[in-house]
Write a protein that binds this ligand. Structure first.
Ligand code: CO
Length: 181
């Protein structure tokens, strides 16, 4: 009668020990399993997102302007959501006072001609008419021969936009389409 309860208690004690020992272990395993499962679930998504972002993240665009009053591009295509890193390079030799070039991107529906006309009077503001600054998505500085300027901006919504040089008399020869796809 005495031996049985003792061995029974011992048995219970052992079972309790095993249970208490194995419980955290099991929980630990479950946690590890859950973590692994989460990693496995997110792992395939992450590279896909990274790949999308890698192609969509930043696009570098280079456009040049020369002493013949010409841009090297009449059309620039980017994708919606991209960050555009645009470099304007004046590859000519003439000074900014006689052959200045900038790159100005206008909002959809902005009147390029009216903008360019007002820009003539805006020499003090780098040929960006202060009253029409709301029409501008992004713009570089006005450059002379040999100068370069890089600007960074978010591509606007899908659509076709106009870019131009706002130096007096240049916009008709120096404009193009900025297409967001
Ligand atoms: Co120009």
């Amino acid at each position: 009668m005495r031996k049985l309860p003792i061995s029974f208690l011992a048995f219970i004690a052992i079972v309790f020990l095993i249970t208490s020992c194995s419980e955290p272990g099991d929980t630990g395993d479950q946690e590890t399993d859950q973590t692994t499962t989460q990693e496995e679930t997110t792992a395939p998504e992450e590279p896909a997102t990274t790949t999308d972002e890698a192609t969509a993240e930043t696009v570098q665009v280079e456009i040049t302007g020369n002493d013949q009053m010409k841009f090297s591009k009449e059309e620039i295509r980017v994708k919606a959501g991209q960050t555009v890193e645009l470099t304007l390079k004046h590859v000519g030799e003439l000074p900014v006072a006689s052959m200045g070039h900038n790159w100005v991107l206008l909002k959809e529906g902005a009147d390029m001609e009216a903008f360019a006309m007002d820009a003539i009077q805006a020499k003090d503001n780098d040929y960006i008419p202060p009253a029409r600054e709301d029409d501008v998505i992004a713009h570089t500085k006005m450059l002379g021969g040999g100068e370069t300027d890089t600007i960074t901006f978010e591509a606007p919504a899908k659509g076709t936009y106009v870019f131009l040089c706002t130096f007096p008399g240049h916009y008709m020869a120096m404009n193009g389409k900025f297409i967001v796809e």
